[in-house]
Design a binder for this molecule. Structure first.
Ligand code: GDP
Ligand code: IMO
Ligand code: MG
Length: 445
């Protein structure tokens, strides 16, 4: 795919609040790479890929697994829920997918059952304070409750963390879990469930037995993936990094605190895989033709009327991981431009253009009104962004069904104009345009 100027080492990164269609493009590009690598996030991700009319939803396993003969690498920056991973492996195998290329970093952190309890507990507690929170104040994030935040917190706390390599040392892990369960019970008891003795919640023997099972099952896949990837690159092989979540959910650059707990942009690749920034040749930035967001936090272009419902239904905008209806709005070019800057995006890959067919007119946000002035800068602070008002440019809509179009020239004039406007406003050219979920429903520009 020359239009993307791919080199040996490339990345697919989401430019909005997740669910941009990264899975589809990773699947499409997997055939041109030898390995596909996840470097951030965990089972909060939900990447839907449609191959030959069959839909696959991947949460932890890189989407490259669907292309025969590719290595699918879960890097050290990922937090791994072993039950979810094993379920995913078994589910794919049952559908005839060859999962022998799956590799897990020995340094990936393990999402333990207490992480998921803590995630839910914290969300419920914050939710109960909604009525007393000031306007724009902190309420619950609306996490996927997959234990992501607590697992990354333990990684940074260090002493209470469990890594994939620990699963291979069951006797030592058993001892560690005594300490960990004691510490978890002591710190989580004040958070809720006072009528339940903490010891009943986190039983080290039970956890150690489960962990031993995970170790036995996942052991053959666990290895040092930094050396693996450097070995591949040294042999002239090609590596594709699969971003999870989206840039506006990045823990540093997103709409904090309504973000996830990892570095979702290219910044996460080096720390989450051990491959240095200098190795990266090309960054494909995936953006959908409108905006969606799941969970809490500001979204300046959000729509609340039947236009939102029209887009939601046509785009199947319901969470792959939680089934929640996604919040829907017009394309926010301020956010996309910012995400391109943060990631050094080389090429845009647009998705879901087909969904916009049939709308009366199309609005795109080019600036914000903020504190009495007009700005073209994104505002990553959630409280400030909540006060920004979108400034729209109105473009003509198109009515034709474009799901069968395979050449740019065959798109309706208004759809081409929309794409031209986006590229001009963002300052990056589009190399791919997607007009349906299928692999073949792609226009190579
Ligand atoms: P990801 O998390 O970025 O991989 O995105 P998701 O898989 O969560 O959400 C994208 C959804 O859009 C999936 O259901 C895809 O199958 C679907 N999809 C991707 N590209 C297109 C497209 O161009 N048109 C339509 N109609 N659906 C698409
Ligand atoms: P993919 O890879 C959309 C959102 C959650 C919540 C916030 C924090 O499919 O694009 P977390 O569970 O991570 O602590 O939740 O981040 N979120 C996503 N939204 N797509 C995702 O992943 C997401 N991963 C996390 O909804 O608002
Ligand atoms: Mg998704």
């Amino acid at each position: 795919m020359n239009s993307l100027a791919l080199g040996r080492c490339n990345a697919v990164i989401g430019l909005q609040w997740g669910d941009e269609g990264k899975g589809k493009y990773v699947d499409l590009l997997a055939s041109e790479h030898d390995a596909v690598v996840r470097f951030n996030g965990g089972a909060n991700a939900g990447h839907s890929v449609v191959v030959g009319g069959e839909r696959f939803s991947l949460h932890l396993i890189p989407s490259g697994i669907l292309t025969k003969g590719r290595l699918a690498v879960i890097g050290n920056g990922v937090v791994v829920d072993p039950d979810t991973l094993i379920g995913e492996v078994d589910g794919l195998a049952a559908r005839g997918v060859d999962v022998s290329g799956l590799v897990v970093s020995d340094r990936a952190h393990v999402v333990m059952p207490y992480h998921k309890s803590e995630d839910s507990l914290r969300e419920e507690l914050l939710k109960s304070q909604r009525q007393v929170a000031e306007e724009g104040g902190l309420v619950e994030i609306g996490t996927t409750r997959r234990g992501i935040g607590p697992a990354y917190a333990d990684k940074v706390h260090r002493t209470t963390a469990v890594r994939a390599c620990d699963l291979l040392r069951p006797a030592q892990l058993r001892e560690r879990l005594e300490l960990v369960c004691w510490a978890k019970s002591a710190t989580l008891s004040p958070l809720g469930e006072p009528d339940q003795p903490p010891s009943a919640r986190f039983d080290p023997s039970e956890l150690a037995a489960r962990a031993a099972g995970w170790g036995a099952r996942l052991g053959p896949m666990i290895q040092d993936t930094a050396y693996l990837l450097h070995g591949l690159l040294a042999d002239g092989k090609r590596v594709l990094f699969e971003g999870a979540n989206g840039t506006l959910l990045d823990v540093d650059h997103g709409t904090y605190p309504f973000v996830t707990s990892s570095s979702t942009g290219v910044g996460g690749i080096a720390s989450g895989s051990g491959v240095p920034p200098s190795a990266l040749n090309s960054v494909v930035g995936v953006m959908k033709s409108y905006s969606t967001r799941v969970g809490g936090g500001p979204m300046p272009t959000e729509l609340h009327d039947d236009r939102a419902q029209y887009i939601r239904e046509r785009g199947r905008e319901y969470g792959t991981t939680t089934g929640r209806p996604r919040r829907v709005g017009w394309l926010d070019l301020v956010g996309v431009r910012y995400a391109c800057m943060i990631n050094g995006v080389s090429t845009l890959a647009v998705t879901l253009l087909d969904v916009l067919a049939g709308m009366d007119g199309l609005e795109v946000c080019t600036h914000y009104e903020f504190e009495g002035g007009r700005t073209d800068r994104f505002i990553p602070d959630a409280a400030d962004l909540a006060r920004a008002r979108p400034v729209y440019e109105r473009l003509p809509g198109f009515s034709a069904d474009i799901t069968g179009v395979r050449r740019l020239a065959d798109l309706p004039r208004e759809a081409r104009r929309y794409l031209d406007f986006v590229q001009e406003a963002v300052g990056v050219r589009a190399g791919l345009v997607s007009v349906g979920p299928g692999r073949e429903q792609t226009i190579v520009v």
